[in-house]
Design a protein around this ligand. Structure first.
Ligand code: PMV
Length: 314
């Protein structure tokens, strides 16, 4: 009986979350924390970790299976994730991508670009068509990815949804140390994206904030290449303030960022917000992590730029 195993990393968005949904650029980086998925054919119905697959409990897996395994027999799906869920660290993208990679491997069709496209299609269907392909493409390609509205150096692939089209690029990332602080408050990407969507629809002011976030990301791309950590930290603080204006930060994330800044070049929330995580750029991760923990966050020190998805047959 056919089967496959795949592994995909979590990610953090360094710059550009939310703004990327409206065509502004974003930079995201893969983590060393990973999600493993194993799929075997067999059984009486599709099962995930032994339980029947349901749309409520297994939205991302179900949409990947329904997209790719049409008319195929029952599957026994096992997942094992080191990426904390609902924390802005790409857990759902890692799950979608690893599941998609397994299915493509079983169909003899696995490849990076195909995997990124199919996993994004599964996320769009699970999240009711709201987000950008930033997470799924970063988790697929690994290392660091720049999402932009036009083709540039390091171009990987482009992905469209409705009127919007995103161009994904590989970017070289110098070895930077980040401390991630998980607020342990659940953030729901689709709700935060929808909330920003309502704000953007109602006011020109919100659209201006989105454009300012885009400008910061473009400046950050240059600063990353030049390893200008001091200036990058300033951009992170500015981006956090703008995301706060958009209404996606929380008092706890603000406290964690303020405490981390005492030992860091800068700090900001990462991902959709509404809970989830923040990141701090620092050369002194230990005191920075302690300061985050003092505010009730769970710190993780990470080196950026983990490998992308991998898949093999069983
Ligand atoms: O919460 P996360 O880690 O899934 O990040 C979502 C990033 C957003 O820009 C808010 C939405 C998107 O799809 O790009």
């Amino acid at each position: 009986m056919a089967g496959a195993r795949a592994s995909a990393p979590g990610k953090v968005i360094l710059f550009g979350e939310h703004a990327v949904v409206y065509g502004e650029p974003a930079i995201a980086v893969a983590l060393s924390l990973r999600t493993e998925v194993t799929i075997r054919e067999g059984g009486d119905q599709h099962r995930v970790n032994g339980a029947p697959m349901t749309p409520y409990h297994h939205a991302f897996i179900k949409d990947a299976v329904e997209g790719l395994w049409k008319g195929g027999g029952p599957l026994d799906i096992r997942t094992d994730s080191r990426v904390p869920s609902a924390s802005g660290l790409g857990s759902s993208a890692a799950l979608s991508v690893a599941t998609t990679a397994c299915l493509l491997q079983m169909l003899g069709q696995f490849g990076e670009e195909r995997c990124a496209r199919e996993a994004y299609a599964a996320e769009v269907s699970a999240q009711k068509a709201r987000g950008s392909p930033t997470d799924t493409s970063t988790v697929t390609h690994g290392r660091a990815v720049l999402v932009d509205r036009e083709k540039g150096p390091g171009f990987l692939w482009d992905i469209a949804r409705g009127e919007r089209r995103w161009f994904l690029h590989h970017v070289e990332m110098p070895p930077l140390t980040l401390v991630i602080g998980n607020s342990m408050q659940r953030g729901r990407t689709s709700e935060e994206v929808a909330k920003v969507g309502r704000f953007v629809k109602k006011t020109g002011f919100a659209r201006e904030v989105i454009r300012d976030l885009g400008k910061i990301t473009r400046e950050a791309v240059e600063l990353i290449q030049d390893r200008e950590k001091l200036a990058l930290g300033v951009k992170m603080d500015e981006a956090h303030d703008l995301l706060t204006i958009l209404g996606v930060s929380t008092p706890k994330l603000n406290d964690m960022c303020a405490a981390a800044r005492e030992h860091a070049y800068g700090a900001k929330l990462t991902g959709s917000g509404g809970g989830g995580s923040m990141i701090a750029l620092t050369d002194t991760p230990e005191p920075c992590a302690k300061a985050i923990a003092k505010k009730g966050g769970v710190p993780i020190v990470v080196q950026l730029g983990g490998a992308g998805v991998s898949a093999s047959s069983l």
